[in-house]
Ligand binder design. Structure first.
Ligand SMILES: [Zn+2]
Ligand SMILES: [Zn+2]
Length: 197
């Protein structure tokens, strides 16, 4: 990926806009990126990595804090593209006859995947919510089995087994793990430490 060039282009648009738009469209379609909400918080850059272009937001720039299934950050121009593409995406989705009102559709689908994987033991129940957000390391997502690209953010799970997942996938995984832990706690204790958490 050689789109970091020394040039005087304004920050946040190192990737040609048309490419960035295409990337956003693909990520929305694959569910990697959630549709951008209309409300964001703007502030001075605090060193977060832009979810859209993968470049760090400098303190001299304005960052948008975007709260969806998880909190992410983006450059202002990157957010505009993301928001525009999200509107197109949601319109197309509702024209499809699929549920255009259900913004958590993708998360719900992922939670279903997580439940199935818990059932056939392909995924472990998260013992806690400790994890790191970091730049992707070209790994395979533990939840959806799709690749995590180097420029993407991923969530690294801390525990016995190392695992990485996309932010949205991790969110589904965490929610399902909490649900499992709660139901384990209610239906007698096979393991005594479940109650302690
Ligand atoms: Zn950006
Ligand atoms: Zn994933």
């Amino acid at each position: 990926m050689a789109w970091l060039r020394p040039s005087s282009r304004p920050p946040g648009v190192e990737m040609p806009q048309s490419d960035l738009r295409q990337t956003v469209r693909e990520r929305l379609a694959s569910g990697w990126l959630f549709p951008a909400p209309s409300q964001t918080w703007a502030g001075k850059g605090t060193g977060h990595v832009c979810i859209v272009c993968g470049i760090t937001i400098q303190s001299s720039e304005v960052e948008n804090e975007v709260v969806g299934p998880t909190t992410v950050w983006s450059h202002v121009p990157c957010y505009s593209i993301w928001r525009e593409e999200s509107q197109t995406y949601e319109l197309a989705k509702s024209a499809d006859g699929t549920d255009g009102r259900d913004r958590s559709h993708h998360l719900a689908g992922l939670r279903q995947t997580v439940r199935e994987r818990f059932a056939n033991r392909r995924l472990f129940v998260l013992p806690h919510d400790k994890s790191w957000t970091e730049r992707g390391k070209s790994d395979i997502c533990a939840v959806c089995s799709k690749p995590i690209f180097a420029a993407e953010l991923s969530q690294e799970v801390i525990g016995a087994s190392q695992a990485r997942a996309h932010l949205v996938c991790y969110r589904a995984w965490l929610l399902e793990s909490i649900a499992v832990r709660q139901s384990d706690g209610r239906s007698s204790a096979e393991s005594a430490d479940t109650a302690a958490s």
